[in-house]
Design a protein around this ligand. Structure first.
Ligand code: ADP
Ligand code: G6P
Length: 466
């Protein structure tokens, strides 16, 4: 055992919180990485002043340790082949679909698994190198489920926490995985394993008992080598201050007013903001909106749909297919119901600065969040946080983790039920101001009192207590 590092707190995630971007002029800049994990973890990292171990998003990229936005970053390089096998393959074409209800069929390939194991070993070694003696190491998400066990074998002095940002599936699905025992044992290397929902904790505990030698003793799992491991739900959240501050910024509010004019000042703006991912139910909400136009329940003057789709995992086949499908659907709706200068759907395939994103949230009367399965969905929390004016309505899928906490104030919906989705979208558009305000207040009160600082504090306190 060697303890060479100096950081007493280390986050290990597949991605660094920033991606390397090379400008056409050949200059390197760093841009915030996509997705909820970075949204949630970046503020935690700043508060705890630790090191973040992750990949830069580019092949064979191994810059020296560097700092950006007050964070100490350590890059783990991935070769082009590892990106194909470990990241696009095992992480995003095996685990991602398996853990999200097999919305698309997961693929099982032994060479993907081999690469996953090797890359997990590299992340564990990098964490072992930066962590000080008895440090806390906080491992993130489905790409790195073997890291807790490997890291423990290298550095038994460490306190190891793991948090899964996505759902953890039930036995009926998880049992498909040819490497189910290895994944469970990998996770059991942690002292504390956090999930988004109670249901995921139950799934994990029963699977650990079924496929490993672990047994449940009270609320603890005891592994076959006699270690105690806790599994618990810690629903993740956002940095409320950051979003609320932007929402109150006069420039952001002016931009929101301009956005409303730019889309033709309709009575209702409906908004979707998602990574372009098949778990998000983008097609379902567009189908419902198209039918409302078809049946003249709304006209393009009444209501426009603004769909922001963040480019994501563009080399994975299912994502390419999805992009074609969504863009075909948008084209059809606009061809059928749009008029010159008044498209029914405004579709933006791009990522945005935070201020522009918050301006969009402020401009939207109805936020439509309809995932078929989602660990949490931070966009729902960002929307209500941005509505410091207590206006707007949230349509929220029952299948988002956020539904556990936001069920009372939101318009809950089963996105598979297109008629139900149509009715719910109409109800959200028609809600009167008093009811809208009451609902928004409930939603905001919850998110404000359960922000990311509280999540980090709860998780890290529980980890210290194990
Ligand atoms: P996921 O983690 O699956 O991507 P979440 O809703 O939990 O979904 O988190 C998405 C995060 O990415 C949110 O913080 C959201 O604001 C951000 N985001 C989504 N789309 C964009 C975009 N086009 N530009 C910038 N940020 C985006
Ligand atoms: C989700 C996952 C994260 C991931 C993010 C963006 O939030 O839980 O682990 O980083 O999506 O996906 P990407 O593949 O671009 O990292």
């Amino acid at each position: 055992m060697s303890t060479t590092g100096t950081s007493s707190f280390v986050v290990v995630a597949n991605r660094l919180p920033v991606d390397r971007v090379v400008t056409p002029g050949g200059e390197t800049t760093w841009r915030r990485s996509p997705g909820g994990l970075v949204t949630a973890l970046a503020p935690v990292m700043r508060a705890y002043d630790g090191a973040w171990v992750g990949w830069t998003g580019s092949p064979d990229d191994a810059p020296e340790p560097f700092s950006t936005a007050d964070m100490d970053l350590r890059a783990v390089p991935l070769s082009a082949e590892e990106i194909t096998l470990y990241y696009e393959g095992f992480s995003n074409a095996t685990l991602w679909p398996l853990y999200h209800d097999v919305i698309v069929p997961p693929e099982y390939h032994r060479e993907w698994w081999d690469a996953y194991r090797q890359v997990n070993e590299r992340f564990a070694a990098a964490a072992a190198e930066v962590a000080d003696e008895n440090a806390v190491v906080f491992v993130q998400d489905y790409q790195l489920q073997l890291v807790p066990q490997i890291l423990r074998s290298m550095r038994p002095d460490l306190k190891i926490g793991f948090f899964l940002h996505i759902p953890f599936p039930p036995q009926e699905l998880f049992a498909q995985l040819p490497w189910r025992r290895q994944i469970l044992e990998g996770l059991l290397g942690a002292d504390l394993i956090g999930f988004q929902r109670d249901g995921a904790v139950g799934n994990f505990e029963s699977l650990a008992e079924l496929f490993t030698g672990a047994s449940a003793v009270g609320d603890t799992l005891v592994t076959d080598d006699g270690r105690s491991v806790r599994a618990r739900a810690f629903p993740i959240s956002i940095q409320v201050d950051e979003v609320a501050r932007l929402a109150e910024d006069p420039e952001v509010q002016a931009r929101a007013a301009t956005i409303r004019e730019e889309v033709g000042s309709p009575r209702h703006i409906m908004l979707g903001v998602d990574r372009l991912d098949y778990t998000k139910g983008i097609g379902h909400r567009l189908k419902a909106f198209g039918e409302l136009l078809r049946d003249r329940e709304v006209t393009p003057e009444d209501a426009v749909f603004l769909q922001v789709a963040t480019p994501s995992r563009e080399r994975v086949e299912a994502y390419q297919t999805l992009r074609d499908e969504v863009e075909l659907q948008v084209g059809r709706i606009n061809g059928d119901y749009g008029r010159i200068g008044t498209p029914a759907v405004h579709y933006l395939y791009s990522s945005y600065e935070r201020a522009e994103l918050v301006a969009l949230l402020r401009a939207a009367d109805v936020m439509v969040v309809t995932p078929l399965r989602d660990g949490m969905n931070l966009v729902a929390k960002e929307y209500v946080t941005a509505r410091t004016d207590l206006r707007g309505a949230l349509v929220l899928s029952e299948f988002a983790g956020a539904a556990d906490e936001m069920g009372t104030g939101a318009f809950l919906v089963n996105p598979h039920d297109i008629d139900g989705l149509r009715r719910t979208m109409m109800a959200a558009m028609r809600v009167d101001d008093a009811e809208a305000e009451q609902r928004m207040k409930l939603l905001r009160d919850h998110v404000i009192s359960h922000d990311i600082d509280r999540w980090a504090h709860d998780f890290l306190a529980a980890l210290r207590a194990v």
